[in-house]
Design a protein around this ligand. Structure first.
Ligand code: F6R
Length: 613
């Protein structure tokens, strides 16, 4: 996720915003830039560079000690690769307005075409540049700066937080927010803007956290807060008592927990701009494929590792159900050394958070060598896997810092589901009503996950009761089996406990011999069609003294009599239940690992990006 900073006061502007950006570096980024009002505000100068802040700093010596309102940005690429032209800030065409932005402008293509039609020339591939030209246009139509920004924002759909500095009013920073975070830091005769609290902590602990729909005008001496519609607004002043490390994690003790709580937003961002008002799916990323080419893929091959492989396991079921084609899911390290049955009739879906996993990249190349078309689902823009794919559907999870993947997993499933629905709309095998019902149910997922997180207290109590156990099994059928694999992986990687997943029907073919008092068996039973079968498994485990933790839809009570513990999740379509049912088990794994004193964000022996075989 992008880092945003802004400063207005007597300190050197560029130096201050760079220092603030350094405090946001932990979030990850791939390019950076600053804009500063110079020569008494006559000019706005922008310096930006692909790569780390140190690269940018090398180009800033002329600005280092100068005063002037300044804004700074570290970019996590979304629209357009991590290049210098795509880095923020973006200029208006007359060079008098500079804008930084975090979020996604959904209708930027339409606005861009409109502005190009009026002669505006674009120098980047970003959605952000559209907005700065739009503001310039409104200003030139005779509006004062503040109104020009408001009018331009009224044309924009999507999610954003923005900060702007202009030569028209060099002593003012303007900022607005709809979805992405933005705060104002209040100092003595100086003020700050930032996407996150750690950026301002060395300067002030007095902070206003902006809400969606807020608009602020910030000068050295004042902060004027209104709504986007122009009405006065009031927000509480918040005195930050966290130390800097806690602040980086948004007040959470670990990145993993922060990322678990970010999941509703991550899912919403992954859906954003990809669902039309008519509840169909739009994926311009696939425009390079004709309808005939899509129809000609008679086979689908998914390759991935670890958690991404588990997302592929979920997707396999949905793709086969919806598109009636064989879908093979392979662990990338097995695929690359096998003798894969892929060819020009195969669509290869490559799933990876980092986009750099060595085995997954090698599997991609192997599939390509056999003539398969490559579509990847990746979180990091411009990564190796993204670059080598024919098309990329990015998950919009934002940087995932905890080694144990959480928000990447749920967004991978959502992106793979969107892809399947895109194919289904193109092929028209199902009625439009059937397909829009799927789309509607997808859009309900952020709320469902939010509601699970609202019940975290129950999971905490459960974790206290289970923290001393040492052997865990995870069982499920169908979609629930796929999610069992992921839930078991979460527990084992961060708590170092023995956790193993089985297709529930396999239990009596061997593993049941291991069940005895003290063993915890998590039984996912979210699919109504398979509930009775799962109930039999639950009873088998209970009869052998195992501790049953049943994960069931909230309207289901039939497991209550046999299970020792029951976790209820909101009712969602079974095809989408893994996105919801995994969440309490991510929390449980986290809480057990914490109770055991484990190093949660960086578990022993593991790395975030596995770039070796
Ligand atoms: C587990 C985890 C790993 C990754 C795997 C693939 O929590 O994060 O299993 O899923 O190493 O990584 P990516 O998705 O970056 O290819």
């Amino acid at each position: 996720m992008c880092g945003i900073t802004g400063y207005i006061g007597n300190r050197p502007g560029v130096r201050t915003v760079i220092d603030m950006l350094r405090r946001l570096e932990y979030r990850g980024y791939d390019s950076a830039g600053v804009a500063v009002a110079t020569h008494g505000g006559k000019n706005i100068e922008i310096v930006k560079a692909a790569g780390k802040l140190s690269v940018l700093e090398g180009e800033l010596s002329d600005y280092w000690d100068k005063q002037g309102a300044a804004i700074g940005h570290t970019r996590w690429a979304t629209h357009g690769g991590p290049t210098t032209p795509n880095a923020h800030p973006h200029y208006s065409s007359d060079g008098r307005i500079a804008l930084i932005h975090n979020g996604i402008i959904e209708n930027f293509q339409q606005l861009r075409a409109e502005l190009q039609g009026e002669g505006y020339v674009f120098t980047s591939e970003t959605d952000t540049e559209t907005l700065v030209h739009l503001i310039e246009r409104e200003y030139k139509r005779g509006e004062v700066m503040e109104q020009a920004i408001r009018d331009a924002l009224a044309r924009v759909t999507g999610a954003y937080s923005i900060v702007l500095v202009s030569a028209h009013e060099p002593d003012v920073l303007y900022a607005a927010k709809t979805a992405s975070p933005l705060i104002v830091g209040l100092g003595e005769n100086e003020n700050f803007l930032a996407s996150d609290i750690p950026a301002v902590l060395p300067y002030t602990r007095q902070v206003v956290v902006l809400e969606d729909g807020d608009f602020v005008r910030v000068t050295q001496a004042s902060v004027t807060l209104t709504t986007l519609a122009g009405e006065r607004a009031h927000r509480e002043l918040f005195t930050v008592t966290w130390d800097e490390q806690t602040a980086e994690k948004g007040g959470f003790p670990h990145f993993m927990l922060k990322e678990i709580y970010e999941q509703p937003r991550a899912i919403a961002d992954t859906l954003r701009g990809r669902i039309t008002p008519e509840e169909t799916v739009v994926l311009p990323e696939l425009d390079g494929f004709t309808r005939e080419q899509l129809a000609a893929f008679t086979r689908v091959q998914i390759v991935a590792c670890g958690t991404a492989y588990h997302a592929g396991m979920v997707a396999k079921r949905f793709w086969e159900h919806l598109l009636r084609r064989p879908v093979e899911v392979s662990v990338a390290s097995e695929f690359r050394y096998g003798d894969p049955l892929v060819g020009t009739d195969t669509l290869c879906l490559v799933v990876s958070q980092s986009g750099e996993t060595a085995d997954t990249l090698a599997a991609l190349r192997e599939a390509r060598r056999h003539g398969a078309a490559i579509v990847s689902v990746v979180n990091v823009v411009g990564s190796s896997i993204a670059r080598e794919s024919d098309a990329v559907v990015y998950t919009q999870a934002g940087p995932e810092i905890s080694v144990a993947s959480t928000k990447a997993y749920v967004t991978q499933i959502v992106a793979l589901n969107l892809l399947a629905l895109h194919f289904a709309f193109v092929e028209g095998r199902q009625s439009a009503d059937e397909l829009t019902a799927y789309v509607r149910d997808l859009t309900a997922l952020p709320d469902a996950v939010e509601s699970v997180l609202g019940g975290a207290l129950l999971v905490e109590e459960l974790a206290e009761r289970l923290a001393s156990r040492t052997v865990f099994f995870y069982l499920g059928r169908g979609y629930d089996y796929a999610v069992s694999l992921e839930a078991a992986l979460k527990l084992k990687e961060i708590s170092y406990l023995h956790a193993e997943a089985y297709a529930a029907g396999e239990m009596k073919h061997g593993p049941l011999a291991l069940v005895e008092p003290g063993v915890v068996v998590v039984c996912f039973s979210t699919e109504p069609r398979l509930f009775d079968k799962m109930l039999s498994n639950i009873k088998e485990v209970a009869a052998r003294g195992g501790t049953v933790l049943a994960v069931v839809p909230e309207n289901e009570t039939r497991a209550d009599a046999s299970a020792d513990e029951v976790l209820r999740i909101p009712v969602v379509r079974p095809e989408f239940s893994p996105v919801v049912s995994v969440v309490p088990l991510q929390l449980l794994a986290y809480l057990i690992a914490r109770a055991r004193g484990c190093e949660i964000d960086q578990p022993r022996n593991l790395a975030k990006s596995v770039t070796v075989e």
